[in-house]
Ligand binder design. Sequence first.
Ligand SMILES: C[S@@+](CC[C@H](N)C(=O)[O-])C[C@H]1O[C@@H](n2cnc3c(N)ncnc32)[C@H](O)[C@@H]1O
Length: 228
Amino acid sequence: MDVESFYNLISSEYTEMLERLVPRYREMLWMILDYVPKDLNPKRIVDLGCGTGNLSEGIVNQYPEADILAVDLSASILSEVKQRLKDYSNIKYLNEDFNTLEFETDSIDLIVSSIALHHLTDPQKEKLLTKIYSWLSPKGVLIFGDQFAGSTKARYQQHMENWKLSSEGKNVPKSEWKLWMNHQDNHDFHTSVENYFNWCRRIGFKNSDVVWRYYLWTVFIAHKNISI
Ligand SMILES: C[S@@+](CC[C@H](N)C(=O)[O-])C[C@H]1O[C@@H](n2cnc3c(N)ncnc32)[C@H](O)[C@@H]1O
């Protein structure tokens, strides 16, 4: 089953499933929102891989005056988020693949994402980061949470084992864990934080950092021009 069909299939129960499966999921979203620079005042924001809108909802509440675009590959998941956030007129939706996205240079102040970019292979991630750098306005920032590998295979393995133990502790049904692992083995491309640092440096981001981490889940920030 491809990524689009997988998310179409689970869209109606997606949020509950994610909250069971991802330890400290809400804390990660909160950290993404909290680490947006306080002086940024973003006018145009893009959420990459919005899913059912858990991060988009935080963004729209934090920036009620901004124009927000929520992007996702799954049409079915987009119908969920449209319904859920129907009272917000400043959020628009785009059913598109990250690989074919295009925006004008310097046109976006803030790009956010949560648990979505790992669906791209490493070359695709680097290509998207290069485009993100050009789309961001001079003070623009990329901040996203995602699943990352470790810096070594052994550390990655340890993260995976800890995740499994934590899921068992939370009584995640075995069938759900299996479904998720099957999807992960076939469609997820966890990479190391080091790779992101190297790509960001090569592309020209002035400052990049990790602001939160728990097992695989990491919140990564990259500033286009400001070295803070
Ligand atoms: C694990 S969900 C995360 C959703 C949401 N950001 C959250 O935190 O709840 C990943 C989302 O990314 C979307 N996605 C995966 N690959 C994509 C791609 N290549 N282009 C656009 N969206 C993609 C999926 O359809 C799915 O809705």
